[in-house]
Design a protein around this ligand. Structure first.
Ligand SMILES: *[C@@H]1O[C@H](CO)[C@@H](O)[C@H](O)[C@H]1NC(C)=O
Ligand SMILES: *[C@@H]1O[C@H](CO)[C@@H](O)[C@H](O)[C@H]1NC(C)=O
Ligand SMILES: *[C@@H]1O[C@H](CO)[C@@H](O)[C@H](O)[C@H]1NC(C)=O
Length: 457
């Protein structure tokens, strides 16, 4: 059920973001200073408690001696942004890149189709926010995706009638842009994930601009998602929690949905709980939404006090799909589909993440090859950068361009990239072309590079 906190949050939508952020990690989860002689080490069990920190610290994926050396090695990064750290060992990676992971938000895209098809403006927000919540199940994986190479792309077809393209548009700071479209909606995002390394945990702030346009209804929705925290990086079992507000606003009318992701352990809140309301522009609650982000979401019409209307019942709007058992990387079926060539279009771009040799080697379980390929790609990326600077060149993304607009998010400012439309032309040209037998997609050499083969110079 919607909590009292939620109702108070109804007045000042943004105030409680700051409130929840400043409280996590201090009041609830008091740090266990002195544990094993490690200053500032904070261990929180996956139920949100710190009372068994010493026992929890012994658990997790690392051996005791590794934990000790990682802890010492990582000390110097405390307080810093680790998004683009290139030195992380490949053992913590999953065989997927960040721009592929962006496509995971499309798994339940049928919810956006439903939003576009329905007439009721509040139900449109129920569907659209349920879609935005649906990806959090997949995002609780405790493996790190590869940082995309500048100019790397990811294309996806054969799912919900969507054409999806994402591109790494900036290397420093790392920024990605994506565009997806089907007959019902257009999805655009510019993303500049920011992190803060805290020792045994890392906070991830989704600095970004996400817009969904429902085509039939002509509605533009804007999404501000909650931040995420990865707990127990080195000591204890690693787990991911998202907490704070998710806000989806109808840019035209000002109607909005505000959902509150409860921090695990907060006044006894169980893990995964999320609840909130769809409000009209006058900030009166219209529909109550409740659920767990790892499982399902439901909605029910409510009165001005936010209480469910009598004579109505709570109806389920989304439920997580069946999951593979004992998956090595905690993948969903859709995550496997994203990595496969089933979702690759004809004449896949050579800059596609699927073709990365380090990613492919990791997928096949060859860690040493994956590590070597990763270093070699990073070396080549540095060589390109040197070449660019020496020639006074700029990097220009192929499918997106700077719009000139700078937007403000709760975690910082963001230069917005916009889709330049060229990918539609590119695809139509290919679709109109004759089908000639092509070399097998898998044998294409990964090539996101701006210049020719620098390694031979
Ligand atoms: C948003 O505003 C538009 C334009 O006034 C309206 O037609 C639509 O129903 C609203 N949709 C939502 C999801 O609030
Ligand atoms: C979601 O979390 C609950 C614990 O709160 C757990 O019992 C349930 O199995 C989880 N659902 C899935 C699909 O993992
Ligand atoms: C680039 O050069 C390396 C080293 O000579 C070679 O192995 C590789 O096949 C070349 N790649 C291309 C695309 O020419």
């Amino acid at each position: 059920m919607a909590s009292r906190d939620q109702k108070q949050a109804g007045g000042g939508f943004f105030s409680s973001i700051a409130y929840s952020l400043s409280n996590i990690g201090t009041a609830m989860h008091k740090s266990v200073n002195g544990l094993l002689g490690y200053e500032g080490l904070e261990v929180i069990n996956p139920e949100g408690g710190a009372e068994d920190a010493e026992e929890e610290a012994q658990r997790g994926r690392w051996k005791q001696e590794d934990r000790d050396s990682y802890w010492k090695m990582m000390q110097k990064y405390i307080g810093s942004d680790v998004t683009s750290m290139v030195t992380l060992p490949v053992i913590i990676f999953e065989p997927m890149t960040m721009i592929q992971k962006m496509a995971e938000l499309m798994e339940y895209s049928h919810l956006l189709d439903l939003a576009d098809e329905c007439e009721d403006p509040y139900m449109q927000l129920v569907y659209a926010t349920s879609w935005a919540i649906s990806v959090y199940y997949a995002y609780q994986r405790t493996w790190k995706p590869f940082n995309p190479i500048l100019g790397e792309t990811y294309e996806m077809v054969n799912h919900g009638g969507i054409t999806f393209i994402s591109e790494q548009v900036s290397h420093h700071p790392p920024m990605s842009a994506a565009h997806a479209e089907n007959e019902h909606f257009i999805y655009d995002i510019t993303s500049k994930l920011r992190t803060k390394f805290l020792g045994n945990s890392v906070d991830a702030y989704p600095v970004g601009r996400t817009r969904v346009t429902l085509k039939r209804a002509g509605v533009v929705l804007e999404l501000v998602p909650p931040p995420t925290k990865v707990n127990n990086l080195i000591f204890g079992r690693m787990w991911v929690d998202s907490s704070g507000e998710m806000i989806m606003t109808n840019v035209t009318t000002g109607d909005k949905a505000v959902l509150y992701f409860q921090p695990c352990g907060w006044f006894g809140a169980g893990r995964y709980e999320v609840d909130g309301y769809v409000y009209n522009a006058a900030e009166e609650p219209k529909i109550l939404m409740t659920g767990k982000w790892n499982e399902s979401m439901s909605y029910q019409p409510c009165d001005m006090e936010g209480e469910p209307l009598s004579g109505t019942e709570s109806k389920e709007v989304w439920r997580v799909a069946a999951l593979p058992e004992n998956d090595k990387f905690q993948y969903t079926h859709f995550a496997h589909k994203i990595n496969s060539f089933d979702t690759a279009p004809r004449k896949l771009l050579a800059s596609d993440s699927r073709l990365r040799p380090d990613r492919l080697a990791l997928e096949k379980g060859d860690l040493s090859k994956a590590g070597a390929e990763k270093s070699s790609l990073e070396e080549r990326q540095r060589a390109e950068k040197r070449n660019r600077e020496a020639n006074d060149h700029q990097f220009t993304p192929r499918w997106f361009g700077l719009s000139g607009e700078v937007t403000t998010t709760p975690w910082g400012e963001l230069e917005v990239y916009e889709y330049n439309g060229k990918y539609n032309e590119h695809r139509s040209a290919i679709d109109a072309s004759e089908i000639v037998p092509e070399v097998s997609t898998e044998s294409i050499e990964f090539n996101p590079w701006q210049y020719g083969n620098l390694t031979t110079e």
